[in-house]
Design a protein around this ligand. Structure first.
Ligand code: NAG
Ligand code: NAG
Ligand code: NAG
Length: 176
């Protein structure tokens, strides 16, 4: 009985689970928030794998000093037939992010990326600064974001055209 339960649990996780691997390339410790899960602290260079249920849907975002400000968000809706995913900066930008599907060479499965150095380009009045005065996020700059992050959604109306569809084996979320 117990071994049957173990076997079926194993089958569910290996057959249906989708692994999302978060890799942190930035220079500061970050806190990664994933819908429905405990926050995860990640040091520079850290790699963290999270197993999602096959129908999981939610957001992945991260922050370092300022966690109540605007955030770059990786949005993921897993599905039996198709997943939908996109990087969103509708509320603003804080960290560069790449959301990359892992597939067996399916060329239609494209990465969604917003990895430009937006903080550096951000006008003074649109900057959100941390306690040391360093720029932690940038908000209220839709035109800048559309220009430097053409794959990301900057306004909700872009979701239909920019959301990617794919059935991936797993996803990589590269931060920083
Ligand atoms: C997810 O990762 C686990 C642990 O490394 C592995 O056993 C499993 O096969 C992976 N699932 C997929 C769908 O790649
Ligand atoms: C996901 O699938 C599980 C198992 O089939 C089910 O219990 C759960 O309600 C589903 N969740 C959503 C959000 O559809
Ligand atoms: C995911 O983030 C978007 C903004 O990018 C927000 O509108 C949505 O409510 C978030 N969803 C969840 C489940 O947190």
């Amino acid at each position: 009985m117990i071994s049957q339960i173990l076997v079926s649990a194993l089958l569910i996780s290996t057959v249906y689970g989708v692994n999302v691997t978060v890799q942190h390339y930035g220079k500061e410790e970050i806190t990664v928030s994933i819908t429905g899960m405990e926050d995860i602290k990640m040091l520079p260079g850290a790699v963290q794998m999270v197993s999602m249920e096959e129908n999981w849907s939610g957001n992945i975002s991260a922050c370092s000093e300022v966690c109540d400000g605007p955030k770059t968000v990786a949005e993921l809706k897993l599905g039996a037939e198709q997943d939908q995913y996109v990087v969103s900066v509708v509320n603003g930008f804080n960290l560069p992010m790449k959301l990359i599907p892992e597939t067996h060479h399916e060329t239609h499965c494209k990465a969604s990326v917003c990895a430009a150095n937006v903080l550096k380009m951000c006008p003074e009045e649109n900057r959100v600064v941390d306690s040391l005065g360093n720029t932690a996020a940038c908000q209220g700059v839709p035109e800048l974001l559309k220009a430097v992050c053409p794959d990301a959604i900057v306004e909700e109306t872009e979701r239909i055209t920019k959301e990617q569809c794919c059935k991936a084996l797993g996803y990589l979320v590269l931060i920083g």
